[in-house]
Design a protein around this ligand. Structure first.
Ligand code: ZN
Length: 428
């Protein structure tokens, strides 16, 4: 595998002010199957200093939640779910659920409307999730159209969300209130954060905002609507509606922290929809039904993966596997062979479009994956078994999922509803 040992051309560059956590997934290298060591290494994924807590049960509340910052000591003591603030409501929820013959797959429509008279005797779920211990902490309403990205930058107590309604909203994590609505004069195509930077994808540009220095940049060098972004090897990548991928290099220069490097043209024949970085590779998915594999050192396209029959919607790297989802209703698991090529080892047929994937490690370091389906459910399953642990429910298709600190999760659906979830009680 000399392929992976090439000198890293950009390895000495600044990496957006942070050491990038490899976390959930990272290297796709041939090792023995289902070796989980990669997922446990490094700091706790949830070791950031922000904790959102709810003061009561699992009822979704609109913009009126109480959030609190945890002290360092709390954080140290809290291997998730052990905090008393969580324990009180999580226990209540868990006990009412335990052993009851509830339909795990259907939320009570009367409960949703706030008037189910059956209470504990109702045979449908009185919750937006069937995963024991998981709670919806808040439903943040304000966006009028689908969410394109949700970001909680490092060191910030503000949550950013961008929508195709042409606004960027900034939410206060303590109050759950929207504190700023920025009218973009354009449709937002994507949003992500890396360290203190928030990147917003727009038509023909990327906006970069630093929450620590308040530096606000307009990055040129893009043609088309930016639909997907990622960072890797000290570079920022933006994929567009035209199929090109623009690349900027992170530098140490304060006046010019992102230098335009190049645009990768002529590879994807349609919109770039998703990225993932694993090891020394960048993977890009497209409406052209392919996944392209790029060498992060040379920026050369080294492989084209053709198995899907519709738009590739999301990519994940886990252990030595690449996982891809598609509007054709399949999830493919790709494994790296000895000669470096990627082959499908498992195809999961879901019966409906899969819109996004998201991976994280649970409190015990076990990998779990979230899969969003057309009908508004999000399945939470174990890897590598794909065994379902539970579901989350939404009225509309969830198009974006972002992992937060301390077992928090943010979802955005196609109607513009942003939900904050806590997995903190999963293991109680
Ligand atoms: Zn009911």
């Amino acid at each position: 595998m000399s392929y992976y040992k090439a000198p890293r051309r950009y390895s000495k560059e600044r990496n957006f002010g942070v050491e990038r956590q490899q976390g959930f997934a990272s290297d796709i290298v041939p090792r023995r199957p289902y070796d989980n060591r990669m997922n446990i290494k490094g700091p706790n994924k949830w070791s950031r200093n922000l904790v959102w807590t709810a003061s009561d049960g699992n009822m979704p509340r609109k913009n009126d939640c109480t959030y609190a910052l945890s002290s360092y000591q709390q954080r140290k003591d809290a291997a998730y779910g052990q905090r008393s603030s969580y324990a009180s409501y999580v226990k209540g929820w868990g006990s009412s659920d335990k052993g009851s013959p509830k339909s795990k797959d259907c939320v009570c429509k009367f409960w949703k409307a706030g008037n189910c008279k059956k209470g504990d005797h109702c045979s449908f779920l009185h919750s937006w999730t069937s995963l024991p211990g998981m709670v919806m902490v808040a439903a943040l309403e304000g966006h009028k159209k689908g969410l394109k990205g949700i970001a909680l930058p490092q060191g910030s107590d503000k949550l950013f969300s961008a929508s195709s309604d042409g606004t960027l909203r900034i939410w206060d994590c303590h109050t759950g209130q929207c504190v700023h609505t920025i009218h973009l004069q354009a449709e937002a195509g994507s949003l992500m954060s890396e360290g203190p930077w928030v990147f917003l994808g727009l038509p023909n540009a990327v906006k970069a905002f630093n929450v620590q220095t308040s530096k606000d940049l307009h990055l040129n060098g893009v043609v088309g609507q930016v639909r997907a972004m990622t960072v890797g090897n000290g570079m920022l990548f933006a994929g567009t509606s035209s199929g090109s991928i623009s690349v900027w290099k992170a530098t140490d220069t304060e006046s010019d922290p992102f230098t335009y490097l190049t645009s990768l043209e002529g590879h994807h024949s349609g919109e770039v929809t998703c990225f993932i970085v694993g090891g020394q590779r960048l993977y890009s998915g497209s409406v052209d039904k392919t996944i392209k594999v790029w060498d992060l050192n040379t920026l050369e396209c080294t492989m084209t993966l053709r198995q899907h029959t519709d738009t590739v919607t999301s990519l994940l790297c886990w252990d030595q596997y690449l996982i891809s989802s598609c509007l054709d209703g399949t999830i493919n698991v790709w494994a790296c062979s000895e000669n470096g090529s990627l082959k499908v080892t498992n195809t999961r047929r879901q019966g409906q479009s899969v819109h996004t994937l998201c991976g994280m490690s649970d409190a015990e370091g076990k990998p779990i994956m979230f899969c969003s389906y057309q009908n508004g459910t999000v399945s939470i399953c174990d890897l590598p078994s794909f065994e379902e642990r539970g579901k989350m429910f939404s009225t509309n298709t969830v198009g974006t999922i972002t992992i937060g600190p301390e077992g928090l999760l943010f979802t955005g659906d196609k109607s513009g509803k942003l939900c904050v979830w806590s997995l903190a009680g999963t293991k109680i």
